[in-house]
Design a protein around this ligand. Structure first.
Ligand code: FAD
Length: 380
């Protein structure tokens, strides 16, 4: 038996878990991460992060290093498979390799004295005694349990909604990194499909996500590999020049996008859900990781504000975060429908709105302008 009853136990060393670890340790609150894998592994190519998450990464001191290894874009162009629809200014978005973000978070966490126990697969939790047990037969008394264990969260299954397994969203995505000469975010919208490309550094690396509506259920995995020819088969109505130059050695991944319905509450006795464990979403607004960062930072700062009163922290956390994440989950789903319109009249109307109004830019601005510190100040 290990007595760590002064430490917050974080299950999962992904984006949410590491951000929470950094926030807690920076605020002087002891924490420990338990991770199921044997080392930090990051799949999934690239990631885009907007200002609502970037300002928080700045407050945990990793933003300037992240910027040095990434790309910043401030314009987006929207195209049909045959022609350009419009170009508009966007709030600043940082685009980078996922691996770079993970490495910087991990380095910051360890430089603050943080510890990760690898090969620890969460098994069960006693809510009364606050004791967590793992598959390797280790047991730990903790001050609180933060579930950052992603879309397949077994903590969510055990304590929140056992009958709501992740469900195929109807969308399948291809993802890869190639070479190109792109300075902005480039969207191409076709019937029941779309492709997003963006630069991820100053070395000419370009990331793309090619997303299609597919009836059959494709596996949810970051690691399923496919070939460039398979990709071109799936997107045969697009000009292949849209894709950055893919070298033979470059890996392409294809996976099904899964979702879970919104929860009534993200908290239970002595445990709190954070990130994808609470609200996995379709990636059409690029907000899943941003929400995980907002959640983790909010929970960590609230622990500090309430002087380690977890009950009080949870109440405020649940109020602030449920509202925000439910809204972004809904908006992300709606964005998929807008991108994938098939009816020619609706497509015409959508393109006209994009070309002649500021609505797309304003919608993004309202999501990116959110500062979770303001919500904490108002409610704590
Ligand atoms: C195609 C696609 C593109 C995306 N693009 C973007 C984007 O551009 N911008 C953006 O903001 N978001 C994006 N997202 C969403 C983003 O990737 C996720 O929201 C984010 O990774 C969630 O982080 P997390 O830490 O909550 O979960 P995860 O990253 O899934 O981490 C969970 C961690 O918990 C560990 N774990 C799981 N179970 C256990 C257990 N039982 N015991 C111990 N450890 C466990 C796992 O090993 C893992 O390390 C995208 C998603 C998809 C599918």
């Amino acid at each position: 038996m290990n007595n760590l009853s002064n430490r917050v136990g974080i299950i999962g060393g992904g984006i949410a878990g590491l951000t929470l670890g950094c926030t807690l340790l920076k605020e002087g609150i002891p924490a420990i991460i338990f991770e199921q894998s044997s080392e930090e592994k990051s799949h999934g190519a690239a990631i885009s992060l907007s200002q609502n998450a970037l300002c928080l990464l700045d407050r945990i001191n990793i933003l300037s290093n992240l910027k040095n290894q990434s790309s910043i874009t401030t314009t987006a162009s929207i195209n049909s498979p045959l022609q350009k629809i419009c170009e508009f200014k966007t709030p600043e978005v940082l685009t980078t390799r996922r691996q770079i973000l993970m490495t910087l978070l991990l380095e910051q966490y360890t430089s603050l004295g943080g510890e990760i126990l690898y090969n620890h697969i969460f098994k069960s939790f006693d809510q009364n005694s606050c004791e967590a047990s793992f598959d390797n037969h280790e047991k730990y008394f903790l001050s609180h349990l933060a579930a950052c264990d992603g879309i397949r969260s077994s903590i969510r299954d055990q304590f929140f909604a056992s009958n709501q397994q992740p469900k195929y969203s109807g969308y399948t995505a291809w993802r890869g990194i190639g070479k190109g000469n792109l300075q902005s975010v480039h969207f191409t919208l076709g019937p029941s499909s779309h492709i997003v490309s963006y630069p991820i550094n100053s070395d000419g690396d370009v990331s793309f996500v090619a997303c299609a509506k597919e009836e059959y259920e494709f596996t949810e995995s970051w690691k399923e590999e496919g070939s460039f020819n398979d990709l071109l088969d799936d997107f045969s109505n697009y000009d292949p020049k849209i894709f950055p130059a893919i070298e033979d050695s470059m890996k392409l991944y294809k996976w099904g996008i899964y979702i879970r319905p919104p929860l009534k509450s993200m908290i239970a006795d002595n445990l709190t859900l954070i990130g994808d464990a609470a609200h996995p979403m379709v990636p059409f607004l690029g907000q899943g990781a941003c929400m995980a960062i907002e959640d983790a930072y909010a929970f960590g700062m609230l622990c500090k504000k309430t002087n380690g009163n977890f009950h009080e922290t949870q109440k405020i956390y649940n109020f602030i975060r449920s509202k925000r994440t439910n809204k972004i989950q809904r908006m992300s789903m709606r964005q998929g429908k807008i991108y994938h319109m098939k009816n020619p009249l609706l497509v015409f109307a959508r393109n006209a709105v994009m070309r002649f109004t500021n609505i797309p830019g304003n919608d993004l601005q309202s999501i990116h302008d959110y500062d979770v510190d303001n919500a904490i100040k108002t409610h704590a």
